[in-house]
Structure formats: structure tokens, C-alpha cells
Design a binder for this molecule. Structure first.
Ligand code: NAP
Length: 336
């Protein structure tokens, strides 16, 4: 049998367990050119909250009644597809369920030769790593010697952005919630400084740790933290709008930055992006990211929760409570 979470209601505020229906169906049978994947690991992403909303966005909303969208890894267990034999380890947009039917579109094979576990394909070798890579290097136009301030710094994208900037000769200041996360950023990931937004005054701390301002302000969080960061930009800075996790559960719309005129004073620009815009350059980024991982220069920061699929709603909530460090993954117990 295949247990799956289907969207029951569009949430108001934070998503609740009752916003999904837990449905049990027969495992699907593949037709010609199709295969079935047994899902092993589900990627938990702040964007999931946005996908549950109606209205225009960068991807269509999950329809009420549909299986909740999710990226995942798994093993092909039944196949009528010549390129995806039984036993192949794969990753793709398989949904929050135990088994997924696929025709292979958008599915990548997991390279077992690389010295990483399959979960890296949801993190540093997946959309997380690609977002960090293109956000920092392309949108942020980062150059060696420059200062990068990154918010949500101990999260999946943030921890990768900081490491990539360090690898390429940057000075990196992370902003994260809590002393433990800040200690991790400096002592495990090699950031130059970390600011605990829960106990420190961000404006003052940025004056200390980024005295000449941020050349790249990489923002995952939005709200007050973005607003404070705008007051510490270097001339011609780039503010990279990657996400705004502090705003996704708002019932009154996203809070805009009052300090936006700081962009004018610094002759800075603020630019949003969606990682999928870079699809035709994924191979270039994956090659670079895989090389850094193989060399031991890049740490795949992961937070893996091992539980059944029933734990999906409460695991997703961890992202909004700041309970994860690195890429949050739900590994399904009992999956081969
Ligand atoms: P993540 O950072 O691993 O997880 C979320 C983290 O956000 C939490 O651990 C928490 O850390 C922080 N947070 C949650 N609520 C907060 C609040 N109210 N104020 C401040 N911080 C808060 O998630 P991720 O997957 O790496 O995603 C990071 C951002 O990138 C998200 O905004 C996501 O939507 C965006 N994203 C964008 C793209 C794109 O193509 N543009 C692609 C992927 C992800 P603390 O403990 O530090 O609070």
C-alpha cells in the first residue's frame, strides 16, 4: 500500500496537520515507459508553505486533493522504462508519499561513485546547492575578497552560501538564531563571524563584523533582518532575494523593508531569482559542487529525521521553528 499526504485545505497562517489528508492507496502499476519509485528520503523546504497557497507564483499551486509536492530520493522497484531499471537510485519531484509513479521526466540518477550519501542530492548537490551557487555567483556577482552577509545562515541554503564564499576568498558573516548555530557556523563551517539575531542587536553587530558593509547581502529570511541589513551595504552592493522564510506564514502579507532607500544611497541593487531559471547550467554547478565535496572543501550540512511518513507535518514545522541545522530531510523508516 502507498500512504500519501494530499492537500485538504489551503492553510491560513502556519500549515497544520489537518491541512492534509492522509490517504492510503494501492501502489500504482507502471505502464509502458513508466516505473515506480519507493521513496526513501523527502526534502523539507520552506517553499512547501507557498506551494499550498492559491494564486500566481513561480510554480502552479498544489491543487486541493493532489499529493503534496516534494522532492525526494528513492529506488526504482518496478520498471517498464528502458533507462530506469529496477535497483536504480534516483531523485525527482515524487511528492509526499511512499511510492511514486514516474515517466522519467525531471528524474536524475544518483551517482554512486561520489563519496556522498543519496541525501546530498536533496541538499548540497540538489536544489539547495544550486540555489546557493547561482544566487551567490550569478545574481550576487560575488568576487574574491568581498564581504558576504547571509541570513538563515545555519539553514540548508545559507550554510552552503557561506561555505562557497569562503572557498572563493570571501569574508563571511552569518546571521542565525541561537548561540549553538552561531558557534557551528564559525567553528565547523569556517565563517568569519556569526550574529545571533535572537540575542544580539543586528545593526550594531553588523557594524562590528562588516565594518565596510556587505558587498553581497544574501537574504533567505526577509522581514526585520533584511530591513536591518539594508543599512550596512557597501557601495554597489547586491542584495540577493532568495527567500523570506519569516514571512511565509503571515496572514497579512509580506512586510516590506522600510529602509529601501539605503539601496539608493549605496547605489545597490536588489534582485530576486528562482533556481530553476538556471536549469540549462545545472551540470556546470553540480560538477563544481561535487569536486568541492570530493576534496573535502565543502561540508554537506544535513539534519536527517528518521521516522515514518506520518511525521511529515511535524517535520515540516521544524523549519519555521528554527529547529533544523542544515538541510532538513525526512528519511522514511523501513524504506529499502
Ligand atoms: P532552511 O534555511 O534550512 O530552514 C529554515 C530556517 O529559517 C530555520 O532553520 C530558521 O533558522 C530560519 N527561520 C525560520 N523562521 C524564521 C523567522 N521568523 N525569522 C528568521 N529566521 C527564521 O531552509 P532552506 O531550504 O535553506 O531555505 C532558505 C530560504 O531559501 C527560504 O526562504 C527558501 O524559500 C529559499 N529558497 C529559495 C530558492 C530560490 O530558487 N529562490 C530555492 C530554495 C530555497 P534560525 O534558527 O536561524 O531562525
Amino acid at each position: 500500500m502507498n500512504r500519501q499526504f494530499r492537500l485538504a485545505h489551503r492553510p491560513v497562517g502556519a500549515a497544520k496537520e489537518t491541512d492534509w489528508d492522509l490517504v492510503t492507496e494501492l501502489v500504482p502499476s507502471p505502464g509502458d515507459g513508466e516505473f515506480v519509485v519507493q521513496i526513501q528520503q523527502l526534502s523539507l523546504d520552506p517553499a512547501m508553505r507557498g506551494w499550498m497557497n492559491a494564486g500566481r507564483s513561480y510554480v502552479p499551486p498544489v491543487e486541493v486533493g493532489a499529493v503534496m509536492r516534494a522532492y525526494a530520493t528513492g529506488t526504482v522497484v518496478v520498471s517498464r522504462h528502458p533507462d530506469f531499471p529496477v535497483g536504480e537510485l534516483v531523485t525527482g519531484e515524487f511528492g509526499v508519499q511512499e511510492y511514486a509513479l514516474s515517466d522519467g521526466r525531471g528524474v536524475r540518477r544518483i551517482d554512486r561513485q561520489l563519496p556522498v550519501s543519496a541525501s546530498a542530492y536533496l541538499g548540497v548537490l540538489g536544489l539547495t546547492g544550486l540555489t546557493a551557487y547561482f544566487g551567490l555567483l550569478d545574481v550576487g556577482q560575488f568576487q574574491p575578497g568581498q564581504t558576504v552577509v547571509v541570513t538563515g545562515a545555519a539553514g540548508a541554503v545559507g550554510s552552503t552560501v557561506g561555505q562557497l564564499a569562503k572557498l572563493q576568498g570571501g569574508r563571511v558573516v552569518g546571521i542565525a538564531g541561537g548561540a549553538e548555530k552561531c558557534h557551528y557556523l564559525v567553528h565547523e563551517l569556517g565563517f568569519d563571524a556569526a550574529i545571533d539575531y535572537k540575542s544580539e542587536n543586528i545593526r550594531q553587530a553588523l557594524r562590528t563584523h562588516a565594518p565596510y558593509g556587505a558587498d553581497v547581502f544574501f537574504d533567505n529570511v526577509g522581514g526585520d533582518i533584511l530591513n536591518d541589513g539594508l543599512l550596512r551595504l557597501a557601495q554597489r552592493a547586491r542584495v540577493v532575494l532568495c527567500g523570506a522564510v519569516s514571512q511565509y506564514n503571515s496572514t497579512t502579507g509580506a512586510q516590506g523593508p522600510d529602509n529601501y532607500l539605503a539601496l539608493l544611497i549605496a547605489r545597490a541593487r536588489m534582485e530576486g531569482f528562482v533556481v530553476t531559471d538556471y536549469e540549462d547550467r545545472y551540470d556546470e554547478a553540480i560538477e563544481a559542487l561535487a569536486r568541492w565535496i570530493t576534496d573535502g572543501a565543502l561540508i554537506a550540512a544535513e539534519d536527517i529525521i528518521r521516522d515514518s511518513i506520518l511525521a511529515f507535518p511535524k517535520t515540516l514545522a521544524r523549519l519555521f521553528a528554527g529547529e533544523n541545522t542544515g538541510k532538513l530531510i525526512l528519511e522514511l523508516e523501513g524504506a529499502a
